[in-house]
Design a protein. Structure first.
Length: 356
């Protein structure tokens, strides 16, 4: 296992970090490879990763990740708290709620987390999080009190992560990226301000969908070819741990697969939309074009029921706005020159054909 600096925190973290979603139990919406591990099984998997050099474990407050937070706390006590870095998070955007969430997390863990993130920050809650008395102010206060060591912002949106990178209160960022959805990572590499922060990358396997199509070492090595601190991967079995931690994850001088190569591989199964989720496209009606395209890809890659439900929530309205739009600024903003209006109509037809 190799290690990297976590921004300016002074911590060195393993290049592959342990995501705890697969070790949870409980009635919680989770990603694929949900193993429903009991406490003994969960501790064994985490210990196996530790023996292979993993020192960063990421979780979230109960009940968002089921009982994973409590299991991680017990693992920390068994292995020695000082030997691992604990990353925790909660989806609360106001200061009062976030302050209470951290206190609950400390109780669940039986210790203080090293990093605590405001989780899933989006545009609707951005000002609340960053504004006076918001969640970020609460984390800053908790850091001063010694209840956490470092503050974090976790988001799937580049603009929010960029704001976090420019904010002196933020120590660590967590964003998404993978072989297919590489656009955010490309922009992070181009923007020097990100180099001052630790950066954890999640969705390395694209919600568990890519390992059936690409080697896991390729997926991990691709992400680590960017200037990031660690690739955060959900792991639920010792075999999964061995696959990505028990071997050399470097690309060994080989060129990472191009985006065109990835699309070519996926074309054996369906016609992919050539969107890498760079998030440069804009819609005057507020449609998240990159999110629609992501759900289309995930539908064809195996998360059909989940993706179809998500698409059905707003595709008719989005497609209607698209037909009415005269300026179409999205076309000028897209660096890959995707025919966005036509692709949105295609997504609408997919939903219509499947549901009606």
């Amino acid at each position: 296992m190799n290690y990297r600096r976590l921004g300016s925190t002074g911590l060195n973290v393993s290049e592959i970090s342990f995501g705890t979603i697969p070790i949870l139990q409980g009635n919680v919406p989770v990603l694929p490879d949900y193993f429903n591990l009991d406490e003994k099984e969960a501790l064994a998997v985490m210990e196996h990763a530790y023996r292979l050099g993993c020192n960063l474990y990421d979780t979230a407050i109960v009940p968002e990740y089921g009982d994973a937070e409590k299991k991680l706390g017990k693992f920390a006590a068994c292995v020695g708290r000082e030997r691992i870095v604990i990353s925790d998070k909660a989806r609360f955007f106001g200061g009062s709620e976030m302050y209470q969430a951290v206190e609950i997390s400390c109780e669940n863990l039986g210790t203080t987390p090293d990093i605590y993130f405001v989780h899933q920050v989006d545009g609707a809650h951005e000002e609340e999080v960053f504004g006076k008395g918001g969640a970020l102010d609460a984390l800053t206060e908790l850091k001063a009190e010694g209840k956490i060591r470092y503050t974090g912002i976790a988001s799937h949106y580049y603009d929010i992560l960029l704001r976090g990178a420019r904010d002196s209160r933020v120590d660590v960022l967590q964003g998404s990226g993978n072989l297919l959805e590489r656009g955010m990572l490309e922009r992070v590499r181009e923007e020097p301000v990100f180099q001052k922060k630790g950066f954890l990358v999640n969705k390395v396997y694209a919600a568990g969908l890519l390992p059936a199509r690409f080697p896991v070492l390729m997926l991990a090595g691709f992400v680590l070819s960017y200037p990031v601190s660690s690739a955060l991967i959900g792991l639920g079995t010792e075999e999964q741990v061995d696959a990505v931690m028990g071997q050399d994850i470097s690309l060994q001088g080989s060129e990472p697969p191009s985006f065109a190569d990835v699309l070519c591989a996926l074309e054996k199964e369906y016609t992919p939309i050539p969107c890498d989720r760079c998030q440069r496209c804009t819609c005057p009606y507020g449609t998240e074009i990159h999110t629609l395209f992501r759900q289309y890809q995930y539908f064809h890659l195996g998360k059909d029921f989940w993706a179809l439900k998500k698409l059905a929530l707003g595709i008719a309205e989005s497609a209607g706005h698209c037909r009415e739009c005269a300026g179409m600024p999205c076309l000028d903003a897209c660096p890959r020159k995707i025919r966005i209006p036509q692709e949105i109509q295609k997504v609408e037809r997919l939903v219509w054909d499947r549901l009606f």
